[in-house]
Design a protein around this ligand. Structure first.
Ligand code: NAD
Length: 326
């Protein structure tokens, strides 16, 4: 089976490629990635000469590039990780988010329709549901929750989800969608919370926390996200949306304090900065559907995952140092 993975030079896409090569050595993988600031070919360096793998640098919005891949590689499955993914950047400059996240997804869907695939899988986010109040811990997002995105990033992802579902209903395209909570683990660009705080803490720089730091996120170790997507590709029902969560809600402040503690650094490094515009309060995701219908369960608890992640960043300054201030 040939699997086209877009955005595979980024954080989750690269972890997913490593996961597939390890768990499905019979599959061939083609990665299409534009190599934006968030894409890093160094991550994929160990597999660039693997005969089961091919890397193509290109834009998912470029239909000529996408069609060329479909003609030559005839992928059975397409998994779309490619996206502009950082909320702060979407607030500063939304345009490229609309371009890549909506029009790029549209370009992929069109090629899937034209050439035919066994599955198009859209990697979405829990942020499409909006947020929940901090004082209603009984509430969680299910797949039936209405879409209510609040940032240009999450709005563009919600638009892509709707477009994907419309291709199923209108053209019968075999699609699935997964909506996952906050990922952490190796190869995450150091603008995102955990690697940002790690890279600053190790050099005793102030750690900027938005507002009062009480905003809550659900955290999942990236390998658990990868195993969930793999299961959905092989066992999921077409036309369906699956939530993926780590069942691990933590406020930003508690998370950063834990990180500082693990590194033996003082909490005095924490500095509170003006809150993010429209900052979502709490994300909490119910993944019962994935657990009961497909038998998926996250394997890594937060303490272990954080320890492994910290160890990875400690052992790989050659990977993240060049990215600071880039
Ligand atoms: N990081 C998270 O916590 C999280 C949580 C839920 C969902 N997601 C979703 O998972 C996907 C991957 O997220 P990530 O954190 O790995 O992102 P990332 O920013 O680390 O990687 C994105 C990758 O996409 C590539 N890319 C960007 N624009 C492109 C284009 N026009 N054409 C081709 N490639 C392009 C980049 O070069 C990069 O390699 C995204 O769709 C994101 O919305 C992320």
């Amino acid at each position: 089976m040939t699997i086209l993975i877009t955005g595979g030079a980024g954080f989750i896409g690269s972890n997913f490629i490593f996961y597939l090569l390890e768990h499905h050595p019979e599959d061939r993988i083609v990665c299409l990635d534009k190599l934006t600031y968030a894409g890093n070919l160094a991550t994929l360096a160990p597999i660039l000469n693997d005969p089961r793998f091919r890397f193509v640098q290109g834009d998912i919005c470029d239909s000529a590039v996408v069609e060329q891949i479909f003609t030559v590689e005839k992928p059975h499955i397409v998994v779309n990780f490619a996206a502009e993914s950082h909320v702060d950047r979407s607030i500063a400059d939304p345009q490229v988010f609309l371009q890549t996240n909506i029009l790029g997804t549209a370009t992929l869907l069109e090629s899937c329709r034209k050439y035919g695939v066994e599955r198009f899988h859209q990697i979405s986010t829990d942020e499409v549901y909006g947020d929940l109040p901090l004082d209603r811990l009984d509430l969680q997002f299910t797949e039936a929750s209405p879409l209510c995105p609040h940032s240009p990033y999450s709005s563009s992802k919600a638009a892509a989800d709707l477009l994907t579902l419309s291709y199923h209903r209108t053209y019968g395209l075999p699609v699935t969608i997964s909506r996952c909570s906050n990922n952490y683990g190796p190869y995450q660009y150091p603008e995102k919370l955990i690697p940002l705080m790690f890279t600053r803490a190790v050099s005793d720089q102030p750690l900027p926390i938005y507002g009062n730091g009480l905003n809550v996120r659900d955290w999942i170790y990236v390998e658990d996200h990868c195993s969930a997507v793999d299961l959905i590709l092989r066992k999921g029902k077409v036309g369906e949306v699956y939530n993926i969560g780590g069942n691990c809600e933590i406020s930003n402040l508690v998370l950063v304090k834990r990180l500082l503690h693990s590194l033996g650094k003082s909490e005095d490094l924490i500095t509170y900065v003006a809150d993010r515009k429209g900052h979502d309060l709490r994300y909490a995701i119910c993944s019962d559907k994935l657990q009961t219908e497909l038998g998926w369960h996250p394997q890594t608890d937060f303490a272990d995952g954080l320890r492994q992640t910290i160890r990875w960043y400690q052992d790989h300054p050659d990977w993240w140092c060049p990215l600071l201030n880039s």
